[in-house]
Design a protein around this ligand. Sequence first.
Ligand SMILES: [Zn+2]
Length: 451
Amino acid sequence: MEDRDVVQWLCEELSAGGARDRDMGELEALVDRRTLEIRRQVLQRLVQDEADRTEFGCPVCGEKLSMVHRGRQRTVASTVGPVSFARDYGHCGRCESHAAPADAALGLHGRASASPRLQEICALTVLHGPAGRAAEDVRRLAGVGVCASTLHREGFRQGERALELRERDIRRAETPEGAALLAAEARAAPGDATLIIEIDAWNIRERDNWGLTEAVREAGGDTGRWHWVYTGTVFRLDQSGTTQSGRAVVTDRGYVATRAGIEAFERQMHVEALRRGLLQAETVLVLGDGAVWIWNLAARRFGRASQRIDLFHVKQHLWELAAKLHGKGTPEAELWIQPYLRWLERRKNGALDIIESLEQLQLRTDADGAEAIARELGYFREHCGRMDYKAAKAEGQPCGSGAIESTCSQYQRRFKLTGQFWSLEGDEAFLALVTLHRNGRWHQLFPHNLN
Ligand SMILES: [Zn+2]
């Protein structure tokens, strides 16, 4: 039978079934519905053929399995409805484990309740919204009903796969050969390339007593906990620019986000920097706010990098001192701060001039003021080596860590939407999933669409 015979037959079927005087949207839905069962049966038969062709060997070691259950049924939800197939289930004497080789050949994890394509749709929709709302989106997009708990489970399972990939890359970075492999992923760079690494942290609120929430709240207890999410972004200066409307754009940019602690973050940041050209870059620059862990990390992991403290944070310190000495928002405060702001941005080593000026001022001020000045002097003395904004501007480098701050707020927006669905472990898995997607590596989880 030719394709056109099938088409002819379907058109006649649909016309007879009332496919007249409908708009295109209705026709699309009609074709979808009418062919759904046909497509489901085709998929089911092809899956069964594939299962029948699979050799009965251990998916891990290849050893022939001993039969435990012949023709055991498995049903998987797909974009065309439930698909059932029979496959043999056996035992490997060498690995001392059970396996259904057909599952492995079909790319179906033992715990997967959905087909790979449906898994992908579930994971993509939960990236953008809570599972409850995503269920309705999936129903409209894929035409199949998936309940919120399935979506949640799939999102979590894909998150775990993303975590595994992350772990694999961290192990890779520990050997010179592995690091070279990661570095080979970096795009070709000009000889004088500058790599920018921006680092920050934000808080995530955790509901680790889900289910008890109401009872705990009634008892007056705290139902949430705060956790730090360490976040970084890395990009090459020559791949960033601004749009006509002045918005900053970076064509190729890597992200890291984890709540597994500073050490874990440091290793992940290193991996991502390798992939974005750490070894090829002539200049490496780390940007952050005043947090001491950032500079310790930079010194440990990116020893040859220059360090720069976010200009906005430095200005805030000056404004606070201005308010302390001359009153918040007064013309005197405004007048007092102006030369400092100018020196900071326009003078080479402007921070040293500020220190000198503040030292003199300290001697002429009352005890209260002198104490405030002493505090800020400590800040400027500690960070003055990270304040060369004049040189930064001359080199076209960023003076602030705006890129990472906007990254953090994007993550935060999504995580405020997660509601009560994500458990303790879930948050890290979900962070890994969101980050893998942001890094443009979605195909590592779902390679099917590449063909
Ligand atoms: Zn085996």
